[in-house]
Design a protein around this ligand. Sequence first.
Ligand code: ADP
Length: 268
Amino acid sequence: RRNDQSTLLIQIIPYGEGQKLVLSRDITQLQRLESMRRDFVANVSHELRTPLTVIRGFLETMEDGLEDFDAGQIRHFLALASEQAGRMQRLIEDLLSLSALETGAPDPVEEDIRVGDLLEDVRDEALLLSAGRHRVELVMGGDATLRGSRKELQSALANLASNAVRYTPEGGAISLEWGCDKHGGIFAVCDTGIGIAAEHLPRLTERFYRVDRGRSRDSGGTGLGLAIVKHVLSRHQAELQVESTPGEGSCFTVRLPARRVRPLRASP
Ligand code: ADP
């Protein structure tokens, strides 16, 4: 045994006269994958069951005595049930995106993307979600074209921007930044929100990992956003870095390799 963390499968097979063949296989990785799969199935089931329980509860309450409620109460129940149905739908959409990215999706489409256009779209989505509760600004350190999948990169950046909006109290500010240096391109999505304590940072991109389950759920989160971001970025050989101070805010930085970035000169 090389270390205590590993699991070996030992097989002793008789062969020939008075001889045995000993086979030793390191199945640590296999076991780890199997346990990840079990956790994932348990998590998905739990995430789907919670909203479903709420929907069933409302349906049963109304079935049992529709005449006991007035139209206003019924409308209220329906609105709450519909909110839970929305949650299930978002979860399933995120699961499908994640599985499309994970299970041997073809390489990302290689198209030319204007960074300025891309970030303007992301900003517009953030403004819509914020509905006037935050300042959202775009800081462009020059424009550039990127090689990659516009759909995937926009979904990754929109996920980061949506988190910035959802984890920043009203009145806060969000900035979407772009710059490039000799190592490549850098996107940053920064907020003046609730921040994240250091011990959570290494686990943020795990599926269903949340710092505050209640807050994530109340703001429409599925716990899969950053897992999707991580996959999209690794498909583009890009990296995610997170810096955060609780109570002050967070900065999620994406570094794209130089070969995917072509800076554009500003027109005179
Ligand atoms: P969720 O759907 O829960 O937002 P994500 O995968 O997008 O899932 O993010 C995982 C967790 O990371 C969130 O639940 C939240 O606790 C934390 N988080 C992500 N972005 C931010 C941010 N900008 N500020 C504070 N916490 C954040």
